[in-house]
Design a protein around this ligand. Structure first.
Ligand code: NAD
Length: 400
């Protein structure tokens, strides 16, 4: 299957970004939206965005011009005829996505690849009732697509290898880094990142440190660009809570994925983060983050001497965080949701982590991770149950 023309279904945040990388990758790109004005507007805005990218040196002016000319609106679904691939970036609603793929597939014929950018639905569920479901795959981009290199190519139960391979090739041509993912809750990057928010919230609830201190420790000692509470405030507490609830439901109510009561309370109070002016921090005039102290930490570390320079709570915060990251990665490896190398790639390129989860697991080591988890499990319960794989690795270290 050679792809030359791509139809994008949904011209919102993600659809526009995907259209931009598609056009830069050499594809004729048609943007379709339930609101024709949204598709028209997106094409105009993308021309501006491409020109702006050229002025910043991301690509040349000639490339911007060529890419702009490849993008056009599809004002009704029939105008997607001739597209060999459809990438769906419509609202996160399984019925809506099924219906949309059904309508678009009727226009494009049985050979067109159907790729969904869903971030939380099962791709196999979207495929139910869609004609020729073996050509339907997941193609999960990260926001904003033009800056984030990762694309998770998700194999649904009935996805054919040819469709997965063609999707991988398209992602490569778009200048992305594709990885292969199993159709499991949240796929790879978002799932492996669960402990970042959830364990930080549990530590806040346990009174280990306040949100600003946990953020500073995670930035300075963990090497993350933003602390967990700064990130949740940026994403929106309500959005983050919806994600947490979706994981909890899809995972069969696993304790380690249980949504946090502090976050539930704040959302009920309308404290949604930056967009509402108040989340874990208050936003408004004169409110600024204090400068981080100058420390010579250049990589994530659990070195007690260095961490003592950050904060007295740093060692405990990072041990708990790294142990839970290692644990989630061990569960994910048992379930084979992706290759180990792809797990690290996913977090570095999808969410800008300084190390992948296996890198953090190596930093803490299986023995210490299990000891931290077992200590907490005795006190707090099943959210800290170590993965059998992590225990086995710890036992192997002890035996060697
Ligand atoms: P969005 O709300 O910005 O855009 C959705 C667009 O779809 C809107 O322009 C809307 O008018 C259009 N639309 C609604 N119903 C439609 C229909 N029946 N047919 C065609 N178009 C329709 O949403 P978004 O943030 O771009 O998310 C889109 C998808 O991408 C979702 O599945 C989401 O889970 C996924 N995703 C989002 C992000 C993110 O950070 N925003 C990241 C990865 C994946």
């Amino acid at each position: 299957m050679t792809v030359a023309r791509i139809g994008i279904l949904g011209a919102g945040t993600m659809g526009r970004g995907i259209a931009q990388v598609a056009a830069l990758g050499g594809y004729e790109t048609r943007l379709y939206d339930a609101y024709p004005d949204a598709a028209r507007d997106a094409a105009v805005k993308l021309r501006e965005a491409l020109a702006k990218g050229a002025s910043r040196g991301r690509w040349s002016e000639a490339e911007a011009e060529v890419a702009s000319n490849r993008i056009g609106p599809a004002l009704e679904i029939g105008q997607l005829a001739g597209c060999e691939m459809l990438i769906e970036a419509a609202p996160e609603d399984v019925e809506l996505k099924r219906k949309l793929f059904g309508e678009a597939a009727a226009v494009c014929g049985p050979e067109a690849i159907l790729a969904s950018n869903t971030s939380s639905l099962r791709v196999s569920d979207i495929a139910v009732g869609v004609p020729d479901p073996e050509r339907l795959v997941g193609m999960h981009f990260f926001n904003p697509p033009v800056l984030m290199k990762l694309v998770e190519v998700v194999a649904a139960e009935r996805s054919a290898e040819w469709a997965l391979e063609a999707t991988t090739e398209v992602a490569l041509a778009m200048g992305r880094t594709p990885i292969r993912a199993k159709d499991s809750p949240g796929f790879v990057a978002n799932r492996l990142a669960r402990p970042f928010a959830l364990e930080s919230l549990r530590m806040l609830g346990d009174g280990i440190a306040d949100a600003a201190t946990i953020d500073r420790i995670v930035r300075l000692g963990g090497g993350f660009r933003m602390g967990p509470f700064e990130l949740i405030d940026l994403i929106g507490l309500d959005v983050n809570l919806t994600i947490a609830r979706s994981f909890f439901a899809q995972g069969g109510q696993l304790e380690r994925w249980r949504p946090n009561p502090i976050q539930e309370r704040l959302v009920e109070e309308g404290k949604l983060g930056r967009k509402s002016g108040q989340g874990y921090y208050a936003y408004g005039e004169g409110v600024e983050r204090q400068a981080d102290p100058e420390l010579d930490i250049d990589a994530p570390t659990l070195d007690p001497e260095q961490l003592a320079l950050v904060d007295p709570a740093a060692s405990e915060v990072l041990s708990r965080l790294f142990a839970q990251i290692a644990n989630e990665a061990a569960f994910a490896r048992e379930e084979e949701i992706a290759s180990p190398a792809d797990m690290d790639t996913a977090l570095r390129l999808g969410l800008n982590w300084p190390l992948g989860p296996l890198g953090f697991a190596a930093e803490i080591g299986p023995e210490r991770a299990v000891a931290v988890l077992e200590g907490l499990r005795a006190e707090k319960g099943e959210a800290y149950r170590p993965a059998p794989r992590l225990r086995a690795e710890a036992a192997a270290v002890r035996g060697s």
